[in-house]
Design a protein around this ligand. Structure first.
Ligand code: PXP
Length: 246
């Protein structure tokens, strides 16, 4: 069964919309730990958060508190900067997913260019591994990027599904084929194969026939649905989609 990591960044986005200047106010809501527990109660296999350089949603304090309370696994998405790396090594999440980060983007745009940034990434991978943290890299589904991840000793790749999610329906099959080819190649290279970005209750079905997935990381769509049906139910609905037909 494909595991589900729920990205709860946008629970923090909602909090920051009101309490950005009052992080210690007694009435701060919604509570990020309560959100993580709701996802876990519903059966999610992991909690994912992205500590961005501008701290626009998740804050350092959130990550430290989540580390203490998450009982499944904590996946920290981060850019490869010295400051965030030091924080990750203090938090010691179960997994780190290295992502590209551009301050002006609304959300993570392209995949990490591991080929071009191999030298800068090598030491980061070594330091994270020394801390006992598994390392994934968020990449475009391209063989040269997969080769570079394997060459650096990454444990996993997270294939960027943004293009698949955003293309017009007539081009979807091409994107599914591209993802399948990349997922197979990564799996043959011994990498754990995850996927994420832009996945939702409608499009996720198209990826289910690909047999190589370990985990999907899904955030925006689940948090959006939770406004109408609650977070636990929204997570349960997604888990039902990911469960193999009986
Ligand atoms: N995986 C990675 C690496 C991401 O950067 C994001 C967005 O923060 C996600 C998964 C989740 O994407 P979405 O919110 O579109 O489901």
């Amino acid at each position: 069964m494909i595991k589900l990591g729920v990205n709860i960044d946008h629970v923090a986005t909602l909090r920051q919309a009101r309490y950005v200047d009052m992080p210690d106010a007694p009435n701060v809501e919604p509570d990020i730990l309560a959100a993580a527990s709701a996802c876990e109660r519903a059966g999610a296999q992991g909690i994912t958060v992205h500590l961005r350089a501008d701290r626009r949603h998740i804050r350092d304090r959130d990550v430290f508190r989540l580390r203490r309370s998450v009982i499944t696994k904590l996946n920290l998405e981060m850019g490869n900067t010295p400051e965030i790396l030091e924080t990750a090594l203090q938090v010691l999440p179960d997994d780190v997913c290295l992502v590209p980060e551009n301050r002006k983007e609304v959300t993570t745009e392209g995949g990490l260019d591991v080929v071009r940034n191999a030298n800068a990434l090598r030491r980061t991978v070594e330091r994270l591994h020394a801390g006992g943290i598994r390392v994934s890299m968020f990449i475009e589904p391209a063989p040269e990027q997969i080769d570079a991840c394997a060459g650096l000793g990454a444990d996993a790749v997270e294939l960027h599904t943004g293009r698949f999610a955003n293309v017009m329906p007539e081009f979807r099959v091409d994107e599914v084929a591209r993802l399948e080819t990349a997922a197979r190649y990564a799996s043959e290279k011994g990498l754990v194969v995850n996927a994420g970005h832009g996945l939702n209750y409608a499009n996720v079905r198209l990826l289910l026939p690909i047999p190589y997935w370990n985990e999907f990381n899904i955030g925006h769509s689940i948090v959006s649905r939770s406004i109408f049906i609650g977070l636990e139910s929204a997570v349960r609905e997604m888990l039902q989609l990911l469960a193999p037909p009986s």
